[in-house]
Design a protein around this ligand. Structure first.
Ligand code: SAH
Length: 342
């Protein structure tokens, strides 16, 4: 057998691919379906776990990489949100968050180890970028949370560490696998991006039914450049045009994320300016009150300021909600993810 490193992990592969894989190794076709079921439903961590397979065959392939990561650590916030540190094959650590509500279980997955975007208010960006995640490393995060909660995952948001559209092939592959193999509807998946030239257009070409969320965070170009370094290379108007194109070609509305930073982007004039950009735009604004991180001294606005901002958008007929992040006490909230236990 070839060395482990050159073998493509089984997780993330489709029923058809797994069937071919196992037939190539001397097993009958129906074993493909069994393998698929044990990987995606029964939580097999190694081929040895699959007790319906012949013992001798299992032992021969015991070292073949299934593609599951190792759970290194978890912490639970009082709201039951759970943050996991997962150790990848090469020893690197990523974070995943499981967010339970009365009727749902949402998983927030990472798409990169670290992030190169360096947004000023985000802890992940402070740690720099190491590498892209592979498709199986993304799918594994969903299974890990599902197994831990012993409850089916209902939603997946690509809002953990990293910029998904800088890793578009693996992210689209993961979306397909989470949909077809894990069995979660595409409409229950959300991909969040800071917005990079041409990337939203590229994503639209895949004709996914997943929701696109765009991290706007500012109502004008100057302010956006102050908060998001990459905005210097992409004008707000061009980004919004690309989002409009996305709506036209996919017929799906876009969500805009807007982190509220006291005194920086939360003034009435910002809300008015934002509403002008979004007039008649098939979209929804999610206001995220800032979650504190150590490196910078932004403040979360008080409740009355948040309400005033939301009221202006509503008066201007912009669809808006306020999203208080879950998991704050476990450092599991938006923008707080880094590869540490703190
Ligand atoms: N890179 C992608 C995916 C990260 S999603 C993106 O930028 O969209 C994480 C979301 O949390 C983004 O909207 C991000 O801007 C937001 N965020 C980052 N730091 C935050 C903080 N300290 N408080 C609240 N939200 C934050």
């Amino acid at each position: 057998m070839a060395t482990v490193a050159t073998n493509k992990p089984l997780l993330g592969q489709s029923l058809l691919e797994l069937t071919t894989w196992i037939e190539d190794r001397g097993q009958p076709k129906y074993r493909g379906k069994q393998l698929h079921q044990w990987l995606y439903q029964k939580g097999a961590k190694s081929l040895l776990d699959i007790t319906v397979f012949p013992k001798k065959w299992r032992e021969d392939f015991a070292d073949y990489p299934i593609g599951r990561s190792n759970l290194d650590y978890f912490s639970t916030a009082p709201d039951r949100t759970r943050k996991y540190l997962l150790r990848l094959d090469d020893g690197l650590i990523i974070e995943t968050v499981g967010i339970p509500t009365a009727s749902r279980l949402t998983v927030c997955v990472s798409t990169q180890v670290g992030c190169p975007m360096a947004c000023d208010f985000c802890a992940t960006g402070k740690g720099g970028f190491t590498r892209n995640l592979k498709r199986h490393e993304i799918v594994d995060q969903v299974l890990t949370v599902q197994e831990d909660f012993q409850q089916r995952v209902s939603n997946v948001v690509f809002m953990g560490m990293g910029e998904p559209l800088l890793n578009i092939n693996e992210v689209v592959g993961a979306v397909k696998s989470i949909n077809e193999d894990v069995g979660i509807g595409q409409r229950s998946l959300t991909i969040s991006t800071v917005g990079l030239p041409g990337k939203i257009r590229q994503l639209a070409a895949y004709k996914l039914q997943a929701t696109l969320a765009v991290s706007l965070h500012a109502s004008n170009q100057k302010l956006r450049e102050q908060l998001i370094p990459s905005a210097k290379h992409y004008h707000l108007n061009a980004l919004l045009d690309e989002c409009r194109e996305y709506v036209n070609s996919t017929k799906r509305r876009v969500s805009f994320e807007y982190v509220l930073l006291a005194g920086v982007n939360d003034l009435p004039q910002h809300a008015i300016e934002l509403s002008k950009h979004l007039k008649g735009f098939q979209s929804h604004v999610n206001l995220i009150p800032y979650n504190p991180i150590n490196e910078v001294d932004y403040q979360r606005p008080d409740k009355s300021r948040i309400k005033a901002f939301r009221d202006i958008l509503e008066q201007k007929h912009v669809a808006v909600s306020v999203r208080y992040s879950r998991g704050l006490e476990a450092d599991a909230a938006c923008g707080q993810l880094r590869s540490s236990k703190s």
